[in-house]
Design a protein around this ligand. Structure first.
Ligand code: KIV
Length: 275
């Protein structure tokens, strides 16, 4: 885990050049104040306001309907819980694809109104110019290649990418283009471990994997998956470190039982005029 002073994009960008400071990066998503405070106190390096909120908060089947206003709102909530971690936010679908100018304006809003420290964009060579524009305005960018959920329809679903030699070469070119454009790190999602290893070895900036094997310079998970809160579906790359869904149901069931049997509230949880 990195110290507070080292949780910034400049430091992440140069992390691999520094043997004494090198430590794998830990990134977890958050969408609200309560959990962001807990993640921050747990010492994660990067808190990501992911557009996965479209699924885990809003209940949609994918991330495509999430708006810029919603991302700003959730980033504001999360930023109030952040003291030490780096706060990155996803640029939602169609907030950066139309033109580099529009992308910069929207990235600026996520920073100035939302309180984000950096923004994440999905895509490779096709968005390199946009990344360059945002970075040259002073806003750090986290890249994201491989299985890019905003291209759900183009990819034909959530499928592992980079399985063929040519697809792996294309992925590497995308990754290098983002590094050249000034990205401080790169999320590698849903690609074979060998492909992630090859990219990680070629890049000077750190890679942060999700479903990309053990060789990346860091790992990211969606909070609800990590905590075992998501009962809808569990992909192979997810490890749940708790079973919060069971704990939540047990707690609420006990509350219901006590209310229905008049065992809650007791005197201990009640106010009295005379005391
Ligand atoms: O939206 C998200 O949560 C993400 C991470 C899973 C990398 O992009």
């Amino acid at each position: 885990m990195l110290r507070k002073s080292k949780k910034n994009a400049h430091f992440f960008r140069h992390l691999k050049g520094s043997k004494e400071n090198y430590s794998k990066l830990v990134c977890v998503t958050a969408y609200d104040y309560t959990f962001s405070k807990l993640l921050d106190e747990s010492g994660v390096d990067i808190i990501l306001v992911g557009d996965s909120l479209g699924m885990v908060v809003q209940g949609h089947p994918n991330t495509l309907s999430v708006t810029l206003e919603q991302m700003i709102y959730h980033t504001q909530c999360v930023s109030r819980g952040v003291q030490e971690a780096h706060l990155c936010v996803d640029m939602p679908f169609m907030s950066y694809q139309v033109s580099p100018e529009e992308a910069l304006r929207n990235a600026g809003r996520l920073v100035s109104e939302g309180g984000a420290h950096s923004v994440k964009l999905e895509g490779g060579i096709a968005i390199a110019k946009t990344v360059e524009k945002i970075v040259s305005a002073g806003i750090p960018v986290l890249g994201h290649v491989g299985l890019t959920p905003q291209s759900f329809h183009q990819l034909g679903g959530y499928k592992v990418q980079g399985k063929t030699v040519s697809a792996r070469e294309a992925l590497l070119k995308d990754a290098l283009a983002l590094e050249d454009a000034g990205a401080y790190a790169l999320v590698l999602e849903g690609i074979p471990a060998e492909a992630a290893q090859a990219i990680t070895e070629k890049l000077k900036i750190p890679t942060i994997g999700i479903g990309a094997g053990p060789h990346c310079d860091g790992q990211v998970l969606v909070l609800q998956d990590l905590l075992g809160l998501n009962t809808d579906f569990k992909p192979k790359f997810v490890k749940s470190y708790s079973s919060l869904s069971t704990l939540v149901k047990e707690a609420v069931t006990q509350f219901s039982t006590e209310v229905r049997s008049s065992r809650f509230p007791t005197q201990e949880h009640s106010f009295y005029a005379g005391s």
